[in-house]
Design a protein around this ligand. Structure first.
Ligand code: KMT
Ligand code: NI
Length: 180
């Protein structure tokens, strides 16, 4: 079961959990309703036999796939990349990640602009809608491996906040006002 919670606003290490006191957790239903984030649970080892990944790819039209590993040892320009991941930003397309090893946190803004932290571990497939403000960090274990999926030629460009006038942002707000 994926865990999500509202974050505190302390400036401590970004890799810590940043739970409120007392903790305020967010269910998958709330996450979907308040942010439009979609979540699937797959078998991290048997997803091929399982056929669930191919079904999702087919249904949602994802025809591009590559693998990213984030760790001090495995990533070129690690420090710089980590900083970029953690800058609040949006994309013009969905951000789709299927975690196969390790763990980390995706932080997304809810409708009242509060941060929700989503913990991802092997088997989690997460889809952040186009136009949502978000960021990513490793946790204290410092390692994640994930598949990146996309429709067509991939565009990974982050548009740092503020990007409120972008079409993707306006569409996201519109979808949100309709309850997704
Ligand atoms: C991103 O775009 O934030 C990433 O690819 C992070 C690493 S994949 C979990
Ligand atoms: Ni992003």
């Amino acid at each position: 079961m994926v865990r999500a919670w509202y974050m505190d606003d302390s400036s401590d290490d970004q890799r810590l959990e940043h739970q409120l006191t007392p903790p305020k957790s967010v269910s998958l239903e709330e996450l979907a309703k308040n942010t439009g984030v979609i979540y699937y649970k797959l078998d991290p080892k048997k997803y091929d036999e399982e056929g669930k990944l191919s079904r999702i790819k087919e249904e949602r039209g994802y025809n591009y796939m590559d693998v990213i590993q984030v760790s001090p040892e495995k990533m070129h320009n690690y420090e710089e990349r980590i900083k970029v991941f953690f800058e609040e930003h949006l994309h013009t397309d969905e951000e789709i990640r299927f975690i196969t090893e390790g763990s980390g946190y995706f932080d997304v803004r809810d409708q009242e602009d509060h941060w929700i932290r989503i913990e991802v571990t092997p088997g989690d497939l997460i889809i952040l809608p186009a136009g949502i403000y978000h960021r990513f960090t490793l946790d204290t274990k410092n390692y994640i491996k994930a598949m990146r999926l996309f429709t067509g030629e991939p565009v990974w460009t982050p548009h740092n906040r503020p990007a409120d006038n972008m079409e993707a942002r306006k569409n996201y707000i519109l979808q949100q006002s309709k309850g997704f």
